[in-house]
Design a protein around this ligand. Structure first.
Ligand code: FAD
Length: 258
């Protein structure tokens, strides 16, 4: 098969940065023909020693305007894909499907005043892409990024998040963002303590944000651990916030990572 007829392109790793023994970030070249909306994911492929290729979904961290692609990855012990991915180094090849996928995008919501971005672990990735794109800053009056990890050292991209306010193109909107990290297994200064579900249930999250979650004003995106997503959806449903479907717009959009 000729390269142009293949469903994927071959990209080169520009950078691999370990964050903890089980978390790392990677940056690759980007095919000029690869287009995506902030919040979408790519299908990445790695070639195993026996020559077979394993594919997995990965949300873009980078914005649609960046010339590179950036991803944030877990290392699953003995995971078929991540065992291979975590071995790759600068200059190695990563396969990227030509098409981007996914519906965790701002066009899921037709209206809304406050955007809540709720994430666990690597589930923060699509929200970092959304926050680096201009649209969200124009569309919403308040943006609350909630990022949950077990320990503070697992909170990635802290400099990127803190630096959003300094970007020229966001400066006049920077006051809209409230960042609420939360850690579940320790107390950490500057972070809330506990799971996102507990913090919603107890009212602590809204108190920390100084905002109420309501069907009228709130739009909620949830990404990461499927159990967290199910439990959060159940809590939000009690408050009349429902999944947004193309035939019936609602207040909630989700992406399960497994
Ligand atoms: P698998 O056999 O695929 O998974 C084994 C087990 O590991 C899973 O059952 C689950 O318990 C656990 N697991 C898998 N992924 C994660 C994770 N991200 N965090 C914690 N535990 C996990 N993963 C990323 O690291 N970054 C991303 O940006 C990302 N985006 C995704 C987007 C979508 C739409 C989907 C469906 C998944 C995404 N994933 C992401 C998960 C990713 O596709 C793989 O599951 C992951 O790379 C592990 O692959 P594996 O073959 O090593 O293990």
């Amino acid at each position: 098969m000729t390269a142009s007829a293949e469903k994927f392109t071959r990209q080169t790793l520009l950078d691999v940065t370990p964050l903890t023994p089980s978390l790392f970030t990677l940056r690759t070249t980007r095919d000029p023909g690869f287009r995506f909306q902030a919040g979408q994911f790519a299908r990445l492929g790695v070639t195993k020693a026996d020559g077979s290729v394993v594919w997995r979904a990965y949300s873009m961290v980078s914005s649609p305007y960046d010339e590179f692609l950036e991803f944030f990855s877990i290392v699953v012990p003995d995971g078929e894909f991540t065992s291979e991915l975590s071995r790759l180094r600068e200059g190695d090849t990563l396969l990227v499907d030509r098409q981007a996928f996914g519906y965790l995008t701002l066009d899921r919501f037709v209206d809304g005043r406050d955007l809540w971005l709720l994430s666990t672990g690597t589930g923060v990735a699509p929200f970092l892409s959304i926050l680096q794109d201009f649209e969200v800053w124009e569309k919403f009056e308040r943006i609350v990024l909630v990022y949950s990890a077990r320990e503070a050292k697992e909170l990635a991209y802290q400099a990127l998040i803190a630096g959003l306010a300094e970007r020229d193109y966001l400066a006049e909107h920077a006051h809209k963002l409230l960042y609420l990290p939360t850690v579940t297994r320790e107390q950490h200064p500057g972070a809330l303590t506990g799971r996102i579900t507990q913090l919603i249930d107890s009212g602590e999250l809204e108190q920390a944000a100084g905002l109420e979650i309501s069907p009228e004003h709130s739009r909620v995106m949830i990404c990461g651990n499927p159990q967290m997503i199910d439990d959060t959806r159940a809590l939000l449903k009690r408050r009349e916030l429902r999944l947004s479907l193309s035939r019936k717009p609602g207040q909630v959009a989700v992406e399960n990572y497994w």
